[in-house]
Design a protein around this ligand. Structure first.
Ligand SMILES: C[S@@+](CC[C@H](N)C(=O)[O-])C[C@H]1O[C@@H](n2cnc3c(N)ncnc32)[C@H](O)[C@@H]1O
Length: 286
């Protein structure tokens, strides 16, 4: 294919994605081609035209046609990027979001600043494993326990831990909340990106988000049921001066303050905003 044909291929695909209401058509076309040609962005524009053949062209068209149905690109490609690493994703796990990188960064900074040696960290609702695997990769002496109620999600997380060289320090446990965890287990940090969407809000989520497993998004009691459990149970599993850190929905900060106001097991509460100035992570210290 010559360079002009290649440019036309890109432009036509961008137009199709744009017409389907996809937010960043250029970025998505680049991601598809980078995936198919196994090159980085710079090489895509330098060498893409030479690398493309009939087989790849066919796959490219198939992916674009699937994507215009608004099925998430990450599920189509079977992968998502998180904290600079490539993770396998299947429809059994939620597609990780950039906001969760903030939770990871806070956890990593906390352990590093406190100079905790061989910290024990619990990740409840591991999904694809992005939090556990990232924290394990960034903190080489950390020991992770990763819980999920979904056996399929645990299998994906396990595969990601192996692929990214972190399986040795992550123990995977199938459990409904803390149920299968012995109370003798104590952690420096409990982390969670819990399901926190209210059933009422669920129906109005973008089409792409509705492709995530419902169990990873929705929680009863206006989205607060799982968070309530985290607040209630975590102190029993935390070491002295341990912390609970979890992600919240844009309008949940006040409710969290209310939920913890009379709980004197917690010494302090902070709410951290994301890059869009939206309340995103709660930190509770015991
Ligand atoms: C919002 S997703 C987070 C996934 C991943 N940690 C991330 O940040 O991308 C929530 C996860 O919690 C799991 N989950 C939901 N209810 C649960 C329960 N009662 N006990 C354990 N895990 C649960 C879901 O299966 C899902 O994988």
């Amino acid at each position: 294919m010559d360079k002009r044909e290649f440019q036309n291929l890109i432009k036509t695909a961008e137009k199709k994605l744009d017409a389907a209401g996809i937010e960043s058509p250029t970025a998505e076309v680049e991601i598809i081609l980078e995936h198919l040609l196994d090159v980085e962005r710079l090489n895509l524009y330098l060498h893409g035209a030479q690398l493309i053949d009939e087989n790849i062209l066919g796959k490219f068209r198939e992916i674009v046609d699937r994507r215009i149905t608004r099925y998430p690109l990450q599920y189509i490609l079977g992968e998502a990027w998180f904290y600079g690493r490539r993770f396998k994703v299947t429809p059994a796990v939620m597609i990780p979001t950039p906001e969760t990188e903030i939770l990871c960064e806070l956890a990593i900074n906390y352990i590093t600043n406190e100079a905790l040696v061989c910290p024990d960290i619990l990740d409840i609702g591991v999904g694809s494993g992005v939090i556990s695997v990232t924290v394990a990769a960034e903190l080489p002496d950390a020991r992770l326990t990763a819980i999920d109620i979904s056996a399929e999600a645990l299998e994906v997380a396990r595969q990601n831990a192996v692929a990214l060289g972190q399986s040795g320090r992550i123990e995977f446990v199938r459990s409904n909340g803390f149920e299968s965890l012995s109370e003798s287990r104590k952690f420096d940090l409990v982390l969670s990106n819990p399901p926190y969407i209210a059933e009422d809000e669920y129906k109005s989520l973008p089409t792409e988000v509705l492709a995530d497993p419902k169990i990873s998004l929705v929680s009863e009691d206006e989205g607060l049921d799982f968070i309530r459990l985290l607040i209630k149970e975590s102190p029993r599993y935390l070491k002295e001066k341990g912390r609970l850190m979890f992600e919240i929905g844009y309008d949940q900060a006040d409710k969290i303050m209310e939920l913890t106001r009379d709980d004197n097991r917690y010494r302090s509460l902070s709410i951290i905003k994301d890059l869009n100035e939206i309340d995103r992570v709660v930190i509770l210290s015991i």
